[in-house]
Design a protein around this ligand. Structure first.
Ligand SMILES: Nc1ncnc2c1ncn2[C@@H]1O[C@H](COP(=O)(O)OP(=O)(O)O)[C@@H](O)[C@H]1O
Ligand SMILES: O=C(CO)[C@@H](O)[C@@H](O)COP(=O)(O)O
Length: 557
C-alpha cells in the first residue's frame, strides 16, 4: 500500500509551524515555519497606528492564513509527498486566542469598516485587559454557588473567552452587535479549512467554562452578569462543540486550493497547543504530567479522578485524552521571561562577548550561569513577569528579584530567573499532590528543553523528579498530526484513537534529566524561602504589586 502521511499545523505565539508526518511511525518528514508578519501587537494597531490601551495584546488573523498558504505547500514540495497521500490534518492553537467574525466567518478586522477598531482584532491568549470583567465573573459565580467555578480552582481568568467577550461588549458594543460569532482562533482555522463552524471541546472546556453535560454557564447566570449577555451561548457562541479526537469535516475546494491538498481530506477538531503536546510526548495514562515549555509553560496532568486542585486552570473530562480527566496549570511567562531579560536587561559587554563568540546571548548566559553552584549567586526571584496563572491565579502580580548587590552579574540574575520558574513548577506539582492527584511520570516538550540544558537540570533538581524529554522538536505539531490521523481513521491509513496514535507515533529521547541530590538539598532550602516570598506577595499580606500597577495605570491614564 502507498505510504500515508498526516499534517500537523501548530499556531504558536510568534509563528505557525507545519509538520508532515509518516502516519505509520511518526517520523517527521518535513517541516516549515511561517512567522506572523504583524507579530504580537501590544502598542499599536496595524495600518493607522492607533494606540492600544495598557495590557492589550492582539494579532492579525491574516497572518494565520499565510501559514496555510506558505507552509503547507512547502512541506509537500520539500518532501515530494503527493497531496493524495495526506490522509488527515490536525490543528493546534494558543488559547484562548479569540476573534469576532461575521456570518460568513470573515474576521471583522479584515473588513474596511472595522480596520481601525481594536476590538475587531484577535485578542491573543495573553491579552490581559479584561481583568475587571474576569473579577466580576468570579465574584458573581461564587455568590451564586455556580458549580462551574469549582472546575477552575475557584477562579477564572482575564485570558478566557467570557471575560474577553464581555470586555468587547463593554467597550465596543457595536463590535459585539456586529459579530455573528466569537471564535477561538483554532476553531476559526478549522472553519476556514472545512466550512464547518465546529468548536473544540478542549478549548471550550478549558477556556469558556463549557462542560460536556452542563454546556456553557446558564442564561440566568449570564443575564445577571449583564442582561445583554443572556443569549450569548446560543448566539455568538453557537456552533457544535465536539470532542477532540473527532473529525470536524473535510477540506473545502477553496481550502484545498490554498494549501495544495485534496478536497475532502479529513480535518480534526482543533486542540489547544500545549494539550497537543501530551500525546505528542507519548503521555496517555493517569499520573503522567507533560510540561509544554516555550514562551509560557503549561502543565498538563492526566488522572482517572476529578479533584479540586488549588489554582488549577481547569479540569476537563476527555479534555486532553478521551476517557481521562485532563488538568491544566501553568506559568504565563517562562521563555518570555528569559527573552525579556536578554532583550531588555543585559549590558553591552554581554552582547559584545556573545557576538564575538558567534553565540546567542541566551547561550552565553546559560554557559556562565552553569558554572555556579545552586544558591551561589545569593538571589531569589518570583517568576511573575506576566502575572501568576497557578496557583494564585492573578494577572496583576509582577516580577521580583531579591538579594542583589554591587557584585551581582547578569548571569546571576539569569540563573535566578531560571530557578524561579522551576520553583513555580514545584508549587504547582505540590498543589496537585496535596489534592491527591499524584504525579508518577514527568515529561517535557516544547522549544526550551532543546534550547537550554541548564534550565532542564534545574527543573529536575528543584522538583526532585526525573524528566523525560519528547524526542520531537515539534511535539505540539506532532500531537496535532496525531489528531489528524485519528480524524482520518484506521481504514484510511490513520489511527483508531489517540492512544494508538501515541504508541505508534510518539517517542521520547533516551537521555533524561535526573535530579542531583546535593543540588536538591540546597534547592529545598531556597524553595522554602521562595514559598515565603510567594505567600507574602501573592496571598494578600503585602499588596505592593497591585498598588504599583494601580499607580502606573493612573499615571499613564
Ligand atoms: N537558549 C534559550 N534559553 C532560554 N529561553 C530561550 C532560549 N532561546 C529562546 N528562548 C525563549 O524561548 C521562547 C520560545 O520558545 P518556543 O518553544 O520556541 O516557542 P513557542 O512558545 O512560541 O512555541 C521565547 O520566549 C524565547 O525568549
Ligand atoms: O494558555 C495556553 C494553553 O492553555 C497556551 O496556549 C498559551 O500559554 C501559549 O503558549 P505558548 O506560546 O505555546 O508557550
Amino acid at each position: 500500500m502507498e505510504k500515508r502521511y498526516v499534517i500537523g499545523i501548530d499556531f504558536g505565539t510568534e509563528s505557525g509551524r507545519v509538520v508532515l508526518v509518516d502516519a505509520d511511525n511518526g517520523d517527521e518528514i518535513a517541516d516549515h515555519e511561517t512567522r506572523y508578519a504583524h507579530g504580537v501587537m501590544m502598542e499599536r494597531l496595524p495600518g493607522s497606528g492607533k494606540r492600544l490601551e495598557p495590557d492589550w495584546t492582539i494579532q492579525h488573523p491574516g497572518d494565520y492564513l499565510e501559514v496555510l498558504r506558505h507552509s503547507v505547500p512547502q512541506v509537500l514540495r520539500a518532501s515530494g509527498v503527493g497531496p493524495g497521500q495526506v490522509v488527515g490534518i490536525g490543528v493546534d492553537f494558543t488559547s484562548c486566542t479569540m476573534l469576532p467574525v461575521d456570518e460568513r466567518g470573515t474576521p471583522l478586522c479584515m473588513q474596511d469598516a472595522y480596520r481601525d477598531e481594536p476590538h475587531a482584532y484577535v485578542k491573543l491568549w495573553k491579552h490581559h485587559a479584561a481583568e475587571e470583567e474576569s473579577a466580576r465573573i468570579d465574584e458573581l459565580a461564587a455568590a451564586r454557588g455556580e458549580t462551574f467555578l469549582g472546575r477552575y480552582g475557584g477562579k477564572g481568568s482575564s485570558e478566557w473567552m467570557l471575560a474577553k467577550i464581555w470586555q468587547t461588549l463593554n467597550e465596543a458594543p457595536h463590535i459585539y452587535e456586529t459579530a455573528h460569532r466569537f471564535m477561538e482562533a483554532g476553531d476559526w482555522i478549522v472553519y476556514r479549512l472545512t466550512g464547518n463552524p465546529v468548536r473544540s471541546g478542549c478549548s471550550a472546556g478549558y477556556k469558556a467554562f463549557w462542560h460536556k453535560t452542563d454546556g456553557y454557564p446558564s442564561p440566568s447566570f449570564l443575564k445577571t452578569l449583564d442582561p445583554r449577555l443572556e443569549r450569548l451561548a446560543e448566539t455568538k457562541l453557537s456552533g457544535e462543540v465536539r470532542p477532540i479526537g473527532t473529525k470536524a469535516g473535510g477540506l473545502t475546494e477553496e481550502a484545498a486550493a490554498l494549501t495544495g491538498l485534496l478536497p475532502g481530506t479529513a480535518v480534526a477538531v482543533a486542540v489547544i497547543d500545549a494539550h497537543a503536546g501530551v500525546p505528542g510526548s507519548g503521555a496517555v495514562k493517569p499520573g503522567q504530567m507533560v510540561m509544554a515549555m516555550g514562551t509560557s509553560l503549561c502543565h498538563m496532568m492526566l488522572s482517572d479522578k476529578e479533584a479540586a486542585v488549588e489554582g488549577v486552570r481547569g479540569v476537563v473530562e476527555d479534555g486532553i485524552i478521551p476517557g481521562l480527566y485532563g488538568y491544566e496549570a501553568g506559568q504565563p511567562a517562562v521563555g518570555d521571561l528569559f527573552g525579556w531579560f536578554v532583550g531588555h536587561a543585559v549590558p553591552a559587554y554581554v552582547q559584545e562577548s556573545s557576538d564575538g563568540e558567534g553565540i546567542s546571548v541566551h547561550v552565553w548566559l546559560e554557559r556562565e550561569a552553569a558554572r555556579q553552584k545552586p544558591g551561589g549567586h545569593g538571589l531569589l526571584a518570583l517568576d511573575w513577569w506576566n502575572g501568576n496563572r497557578s496557583v494564585l491565579a492573578e494577572t496583576d502580580l509582577s516580577g521580583l528579584v531579591v538579594g542583589m548587590t554591587l557584585q551581582t552579574k547578569p548571569e546571576d540574575i539569569y540563573r535566578a530567573l531560571l530557578e524561579a520558574t522551576a520553583f513555580g513548577t514545584r508549587k504547582i506539582i505540590e498543589a496537585f499532590e496535596a489534592s491527591g492527584v499524584a504525579m508518577h511520570e514527568l515529561f517535557a516538550c516544547g522549544g526550551l528543553p532543546r534550547r537550554n540544558r541548564l534550565l532542564m537540570q534545574i527543573f529536575a533538581d528543584v522538583t526532585g523528579r526525573e524528566i523525560k524529554v519528547a524526542a520531537s522538536s515539534q511535539t505540539t505539531a506532532l500531537g496535532a498530526a496525531m489528531f489528524g490521523a485519528v480524524a482520518a481513521g484506521s481504514e484510511r491509513g490513520g489511527c483508531a484513537d489517540i492512544a494508538e496514535a501515541a504508541v505508534r507515533m510518539a517517542k521520547v529521547r533516551e537521555e533524561t534529566f535526573r535530579p542531583n541530590p546535593e543540588h536538591k538539598a540546597v534547592y529545598d532550602e531556597l524553595y522554602r524561602e521562595y514559598c515565603r516570598l510567594h505567600d507574602l506577595f501573592g496571598r494578600g499580606g503585602f499588596r505592593v504589586m497591585q498598588e504599583l500597577k494601580r499607580i502606573k495605570l493612573e499615571q499613564n491614564g
